[in-house]
Design a protein around this ligand. Structure first.
Ligand code: NAD
Length: 275
């Protein structure tokens, strides 16, 4: 069975629209990129579409060298009309993503990538949790009571795997979390034991039906472009024995809605500060 992610994202969008009306101005999000790959282009296009629909100003800025990108970030950091800065990932070789991330002010870091915002997760304070990780957790919360569940996460990246793991361990969520990665032995054995499986490996169809337990919940974070088609990390056949998020239209859809929610939150905080 496919999990209905559309209604989760619709509820977030409705809340965002209402809050923008209360704000009385359009918040602004700027995405910064460098030679974007096909999945980044897809993500930027869906951001542009969603922002337009919700009444959020959206702009993409590109740079090809570290110097250019640092200048762009510095300008945006000091511009009061810009509420959210989003740095795309991955960036080309030669671009130091970490160095760039350090220059984003945490209060404009709507993607939750800075050490400040990631560090807040350890303290169980979700100031701006990374949007994709938050989307995976939000979808899981919508489908089941997480407390006490065995959740297996495949992937340990800074952007998805690690924050998901920390968020699931938060008091109140109380999942029992197992983390797998490219060096994990007997991956199918571990994934089969999961009540819920969150997959963020970036490997098309890594998870096949025999790797999933009957009736499990499977959140497919992967976005891979294969023969010009978007496919997840999970074989769609898994839907026959488990609850599965679709790709496209699953985690990505909720992620984009949450990114916009973060932009509004950043604008609300700034407006509060200026009152
Ligand atoms: P990444 O390459 O930084 O990390 C991948 C992780 O998967 C690594 O920790 C690696 O150890 C693990 N891995 C790789 N191959 C494996 C294997 N065979 N078995 C077990 N583990 C394996 O990727 P990322 O940035 O975390 O992104 C993961 C996927 O999620 C990508 O497809 C990306 O496009 C997608 N993504 C989706 C969204 C969204 O909104 N839906 C947002 C960000 C990323």
């Amino acid at each position: 069975m496919l999990i209905d992610c559309k209604s989760i994202s619709k509820a977030i969008d409705a809340d965002v629209k209402e809050r923008i009306e209360k704000l009385g101005f359009s918040p602004k999000l700027v995405a910064i990129t460098s030679k974007p790959d096909p999945s980044t282009v897809t993500y930027l296009n869906s951001q542009a579409k969603k922002a337009k629909k919700l009444g959020i100003e959206f702009e993409v800025m590109e740079g090809s060298t570290m110097d250019e990108l640092l200048k762009v970030i510095s300008t945006l950091a000091n511009d009061d009309k810009v509420h959210g800065i989003f740095l795309t990932h991955p960036l080309p070789k030669g671009i130091d993503e970490f160095e760039l991330t350090l220059r984003i002010p945490p209060e404009k870091d709507v993607e939750g990538r800075t050490p400040y915002n990631l560090g807040m997760l350890i303290y169980e304070k979700e100031y701006f949790p990374p949007c994709t990780a938050e989307a995976a957790v939000r979808i899981l919360e919508n489908v089941t009571e997480i407390r006490g569940k065995n959740v297996v996460v495949v992937g340990r990246s800074v952007t998805v795997g690690k924050p998901v793991e920390i968020m699931l361990l938060k008091k109140g969520r109380d999942a029992t979390v197992t983390v797998c990665h490219s060096k994990t032995k007997n991956l199918p054995e571990v994934t089969r034991s999961a009540d819920a499986l969150i997959v963020a490996a970036g490997r098309a169809k890594l998870i096949t039906p025999d790797m999933v337990g009957e009736g499990a919940i499977v959140i497919d974070v992967g976005i891979n472009v294969v023969d010009d088609q978007l496919v997840g990390d999970v074989d769609p056949e898994v839907e026959k024995k488990a609850q599965l998020t679709p790709v496209p239209g699953g985690v990505g859809r909720v992620t984009t809605s949450l990114l916009m929610e973060h932009v509004v939150r950043a604008a609300e905080r700034l407006a509060g500060k200026n009152e």
